[in-house]
Write a protein that binds this ligand. Sequence first.
Ligand code: PLP
Length: 400
Amino acid sequence: MPAIAERLKNVSISASAAMTQRARDLAAKGVKVVSLSSGEPDFPTPIHAIEAAHAAALAGDTKYPPMDGTPALKAAIANKFKRDNNLNYDASQIVVSGGGKQVIFNAMLATCNPGDEVVIPTPSWVSYADIVKFAGGIPVPVACPQQAGFKLRAEDLEAAITPRTKWLFLNFPSNPTGAACSRAEMAAIAEVMLRHPHVWIMTDDIYEHLVYDGFEFCTIAEVEPRLYDRVLTMNGVSKAYAMTGWRLGFCGGPKDLIAAISNVNGQNSGGITTVTQAAATAALKGPQDLLKTRAEIYKERRDFVLGKLAEIEGLRCHKPEGAFYIFPNIAELIGKTSKGGRKIETDVDFVMALVDEHHVATVQGAAYGMSPFFRISYATSMEQLAEACARIAQFCKDMK
Ligand code: PLP
């Protein structure tokens, strides 16, 4: 085997994927595992999207696609940005990739030089830091503490910016906390960014439609139009339309940046699967009422799980505004021992003991850069959630 490239040093396997695999392995042995580790909607892809893919394949739409996206999909995305975000991006300002993940990956490959710093509000999605490192950049985590509702505070952002800062990443609603920023909170972040014109902003709006209790999502280019020329607005169909397996993400941004991302796209994928593009076009253009219906269901699940967790001694939860995650603090349980005899010294010990002794798969806060916490994904049925909460309650109660 050839020597592995330097650039892969320090790039890790996603902890949530590792836990999901552990849950699968246990299930294969006949264990009844409840999996709350995967950030994936449990709803089906809308039928009109599936039909559009089928029709496209039958009509012969099976050849190499345009590198940056089909004209029909780009038009649907431009319309989506206008409809949902009041943002104007024309076709030359939009590129489509194989998932939101690939959009970010390609954007970092297109722009990061060795030593460039990328400010990442933390806890954060596991992949951000690894993608930045892969591209030669340096991730700079900025803590968004629980007492601040897991939000990015202006003074912390200000302190993190240096002359080497290339990008600020934003992801509100957030994976793993579900925290989302109000318009005023986003304006405070924008205010800082106006003072630092050398820094670009990548906003990952993938959980845009998953907000609850009347919370209004906002995105930075719309909140502060003076930043429009420095913002890459990323989104995708995975979470909103339950299309994780189709692999499609997109972004809008300044023309030159989009051309550079498109160039990387062309080299590493040759364009996105044609039938996926047809399905995504249908999802974005079709009826949007399913977004509200599904958000209502997620909200019921969030409230149910929060209610159950509140009854468990030792857990401290924040009420998330969006996404489908809860990020309980387990500081009070550190130092205890599980019934199975495992000393809980870290949140890794906690999630490992929980999956081994009670067969509930979750992910340790350490994977997202903040301990001691664990992440629960409530994108699963009420029955599964009820069962998981009962098991977590027993697990915590039995700790000595
Ligand atoms: N961004 C965040 C914050 C996520 O949580 C995820 C998936 O878990 C993604 C991006 C990736 O989405 P996609 O399926 O479009 O690659």
